[in-house]
Write a protein that binds this ligand. Structure first.
Ligand code: SF4
Length: 204
């Protein structure tokens, strides 16, 4: 693939270029001993026409190579990397009497089964709803940006101090002085740090 892309200076990026590369390879493959030819091309690709710094001066095909002297290293042209989608979500820090409300994430899906701050159901495929788990006087604490394998999440952290109502759904009041033992995944540990920093700012 690499040798043929360079021999014919095929500028189209992969994977779209594969058709043109195959057609060009077919055009130069002899009718007899096609297997030997293919093997020779592979040897050339691994020993001389290497991905970096091809040894053009030692190449038996140099006289017929369209890319020689024209920066052959750039061929074949790689597909441009797809930008990762950026999702928007919210995480909610609810603090009462030295405790914070933590939930257990659903076993399937992102960070499945892990302890976390409640959030607004953002996912790899969709933004969150924005809806908090309880009504109240929420304060913005900042935004965490975190990159997963397939997407980036921008997680706005909101905090609510006090309140007395029962929390809906499964969860637990976790003591703030043992938060480092909650096993929060990195994203929510970052969110927790923002929420705690916001508390300190409000005290100042
Ligand atoms: S001349 Fe250089 S770029 Fe062209 S096939 Fe040979 S090693 Fe590859």
């Amino acid at each position: 693939e690499r040798v043929v892309a360079r021999l014919f200076a095929i500028e189209q990026p992969l994977p779209g270029a594969r058709k043109a590369i195959r057609a060009a390879a077919d055009a130069i493959t002899p009718d007899t001993r096609a297997g030997d030819f293919a093997q020779a091309m592979m040897d050339l690709g691994s020993r001389i026409c290497t991905p970096r710094a091809p040894a053009c001066d030692a190449c038996p095909l140099a006289g017929d190579c369209a890319a020689r002297g024209h920066d052959p290293e750039r061929l074949p042209v790689k597909a441009p990397k797809k930008a990762k989608p950026v999702r928007q979500g919210r995480a909610f820090w609810i603090e009462r009497k030295g405790h914070v409300w933590l939930v257990q994430r659903a076993p399937e899906g992102m960070l499945g089964g892990m302890r976390a701050l409640p959030d607004d159901n953002w996912s790899a495929r969709a933004d969150g709803t924005g809806a908090p788990p309880v009504e109240g006087a929420w304060h913005e604490a900042g935004t965490v940006r975190h990159t997963f394998t397939h997407f980036t999440i921008e997680l706005a952290v909101l905090r609510l101090d006090g309140g007395a109502g029962e929390m809906a759904g499964p969860g637990e009041w976790w003591p703030l002085d043992r938060l480092d033992q909650a096993g929060l995944p990195t994203l929510f540990a970052k969110a927790a740090r923002l929420a705690e920093a916001a508390r300190e700012r409000r005290r100042d």
